[in-house]
Design a protein around this ligand. Structure first.
Ligand SMILES: Cc1cc2nc3c(=O)[nH]c(=O)nc-3n(C[C@H](O)[C@H](O)[C@H](O)COP(=O)(O)OP(=O)(O)OC[C@H]3O[C@@H](n4cnc5c(N)ncnc54)[C@H](O)[C@@H]3O)c2cc1C
Length: 439
């Protein structure tokens, strides 16, 4: 085995949009520290960050009390991505989104979303509740009983954003170790010894775990978050042929029937490049990379054993969960079952005309010891490490402010002190981002 080759001050595991954004701020605030991002894939945003719906969400779906930080991050994330895309000339389309209610119960949910949106900082002109008749005039193809038009919602390509942030972070001093899988982490005196690809060893004084669907495993390896486990859900998409591209002007979401579970109904999506897709569903799979059968078969036994020995057992044996999971599996096996879920509000599509699958992305939802899905992100401080678990939607929207929050948190708690908390980070002054987040 090669001997220790490199010593770092801080290492971030995970070159998704979050880990890359954390490195961005750290690199501007710490010019003389040695910082690296470790990513197992050959590029950043190879997994969830490059395989999502691509919406920059206004915070109308998030309870301001229960998901305050997420809602704030989404609110400021929208403005930050808009500014960043202008600066770098990257695609960002302010095209809005419409959330439709399909029954009376759904109208109550829309009213609640409107209230949350206002509490989370949206203005009257950003969001409007529309009657069925008003909606028909705007989008004649849509069938619903009421709708929430969120004007302040946008479309983007988060893989492009992440790659650009990586470039800036690199120019500011971060090293990106790509094609490097963390295979072992060991406590060594006052630092961590990290093995990459089972061969090369590096050390770091501080470690940030932003490993997305593998964050729980890495936390467990270090001996933290033992009371949590996770379940992975594959979100599949179908590409809609050109003949349907003008069916609506806006992306359409429907009110989720079971918001306590990670099963959202598939949406009608208009992407930033104008292409159209239907999705995602949420099919339970056995790995954060379970895009295909081979990976799922390989991970089936270890994942089942892990789940049965943890709180996930209760979730797996929950009747409601089983029914929902079964219906998601059906919508994976049968294209028309999936398309029919969208036909409830967009009846004039013919599933026979839809033949091409889109790129699936995987969401990893954390379950606590009581078998309940944890609704919010989990942040864990440890003496020499920091862990971000359950960082789910709208994680890409909020990645920049959330990363700034984490960097500020580490500094405030003394876990990792920045050299200059007032540095200019690209178009933003760090202290001003924090001021806005703490307001
Ligand atoms: C189907 C779907 C649709 C979504 N739609 C939206 C949306 O429209 N808008 C929005 O804001 N959010 C959306 N999200 C959520 C958003 O995509 C995620 O919150 C976000 O991408 C999470 O970023 P991340 O950096 O934490 O994780 P990831 O992108 O998963 O990055 C983690 C990285 O860590 C690396 N890694 C893991 N283990 C190791 C290891 N041992 N060694 C080296 N590297 C490792 C992985 O390779 C990976 O690249 C969606 C999510 C899904 C699944």
């Amino acid at each position: 085995m090669e001997q220790v080759a490199q010593n770092y001050d801080i290492i971030i595991i995970g070159g998704g949009i979050l880990g890359t954004s954390i490195s961005y701020f750290l690199s501007f605030l710490n010019k003389s520290k040695k910082i690296a991002v470790i990513e197992q894939a050959s590029d950043v945003a190879d997994h969830t960050s490059g395989r999502n719906t691509g919406k920059v969400h206004a915070p109308y779906l998030y309870n301001p009390e229960k998901k305050k930080l997420f809602a704030k991050a989404a609110f400021h994330g929208y403005e930050m991505w808009e500014k960043y895309s202008q600066l770098k000339d990257l695609p960002f389309k302010k095209d809005g989104v419409i959330e439709v209610a399909l029954d009376e119960k759904g109208i109550k949910v829309l009213e609640k979303y409107l209230k949350w949106a206002k509490q989370n900082g949206l203005k009257d002109e950003d969001i409007k509740l529309l009657s069925k008749e008003e909606m028909k005039k705007i989008e004649p193809e849509i069938e619903c009983v009421a709708a929430l038009y969120v004007y302040k919602d946008a479309s983007a390509d988060y893989a492009i954003f992440t790659k650009s942030i990586m470039q800036d972070s690199k120019e500011s001093g971060t090293e990106f170790l790509l094609d490097s899988k963390v295979t072992e982490i060991k406590n060594k005196d006052d630092s961590w010894k990290i093995t990459l690809n089972g061969k090369r060893e590096i050390t770091t004084k501080f470690l940030i775990n932003a490993a997305g669907g593998e964050a729980i495993n890495i936390a467990h390896d270090i001996g933290v978050a033992k009371n949590f486990t996770d379940v992975h859900f594959r979100g599949e998409y179908w590409i809609v042929p050109k003949q349907y591209h003008n069916l609506t002007k806006t992306s359409i979401y429907s009110v989720p029937e079971f918001p306590d579970y990670p099963f959202l109904d598939p949406h009608w999506i208009i992407r930033v490049d104008g292409s159209c897709e239907i999705g995602p569903n949420a099919v339970p799979v056995f790995s954060p990379y379970g895009y295909n059968k081979t990976e799922n078969i390989k991970e089936f036994i270890p994942k089942m054993l892990e789940m049965l020995g943890s709180g996930a057992r209760k979730a797996v044996f929950d009747r409601q969960f089983q029914e929902l999971a079964l219906s998601e599996i059906q919508s994976s096996m049968s294209k028309s079952t999936m398309i029919n879920r969208v036909k409830r509000f967009l009846p004039n599509i013919d599933s026979d005309k839809i033949t091409q699958k889109g790129t699936a992305g995987i969401r990893s939802s954390v379950i606590d010891e009581n078998g309940k899905f944890v609704p919010d992100v989990i942040l864990i401080d440890e003496k020499k490490s920091f862990h971000i678990l359950n960082y789910n939607s709208p994680g890409a929207t909020g990645a920049l402010p959330f990363a700034a929050h984490i960097v500020n948190h580490l500094n405030k708690t003394g876990l990792f002190e920045n050299e200059n908390n007032d540095a200019q980070c690209g178009p933003w002054k760090f202290s001003e981002i924090i001021e806005k987040l703490e307001k």
